[in-house]
Design a protein around this ligand. Structure first.
Ligand code: TMP
Length: 199
């Protein structure tokens, strides 16, 4: 695959979507083809699954199966073809979200979640991951609050954060962390441009 896959990760209310949209605009201004997408979602079928996932409290087993179904379809129909034609793909959440959230709900699931996600994603794997890290309570207070995950207890969201920290420790070359507790959106954007070595 000749394109570049950037994933943006983090807990609730960390401003991932805002950053993703700004990066998309900047890259497009430079004449680069960019596909901005998200998980869950990214396809009409995936958006339908997103509605189920965000609208209901489900068991982590059910969540994982729905997420993987959407991921496989998204990777096969959108992400892999875009990368194959040399485009940049920016994903607002990807495999690391499953590791942080679903394995956060079921400690000890890491290897299984990773293996199943890799099966669903085929050849697709991020070249670079930007982790926007923030105190979980602060992030939750900034989130809309109506989706199923946002309604879970703070202890769950703290485990999600610990999960991301573990992922970053395991793969420091790929996963770059920014502590955004005291940062505004412009500063986060500047940091991301530096990570991407874009002027
Ligand atoms: P979003 O609102 O940031 O787009 O994310 C929707 C929710 O989906 C968010 O609360 C995290 C959750 N999620 C998982 O639990 N596992 C996953 O693999 C993905 C992609 C998202």
């Amino acid at each position: 695959m000749s394109g570049f896959l950037l994933t943006i990760e983090g807990g609730e209310g960390t401003g991932k979507s805002t950053l993703a949209a700004r990066l998309e605009a900047t890259l497009e201004e430079k004449g680069i083809e960019v596909v901005l997408s998200r998980e869950p979602g990214g396809t009409p079928e995936g958006d339908a699954l997103r509605g189920v996932l965000l609208g209901h409290q489900l068991a982590p087993e059910t969540e994982l199966d729905l997420l993987l179904a959407g991921r496989a379809h998204h990777c096969v129909t959108v992400v892999a073809p875009a990368l194959a034609r040399g485009a940049w793909v920016i994903l607002d959440r990807f495999i690391d979200s499953s590791l942080a959230y679903q394995a956060g709900e079921r400690p000890g699931w890491n290897q299984e979640v990773l293996a199943l996600s890799r099966l669903a994603a085929g050849e697709v794997w991020p070249d670079l991951t930007l982790w926007l890290d923030m105190d979980a309570a602060k992030g939750l207070s900034r989130a809309k609050g109506d989706a199923s995950f946002e309604q879970r207890e703070l202890s769950f969201h703290n485990r999600v954060r610990d999960g991301y920290a573990q992922i970053a420790r395991n793969d420091p070359q790929r996963v770059k962390r920014l502590d955004i507790d005291e940062m505004d959106a412009d500063a986060v954007f500047e940091w991301a441009l530096n990570q991407l070595e874009i002027q």
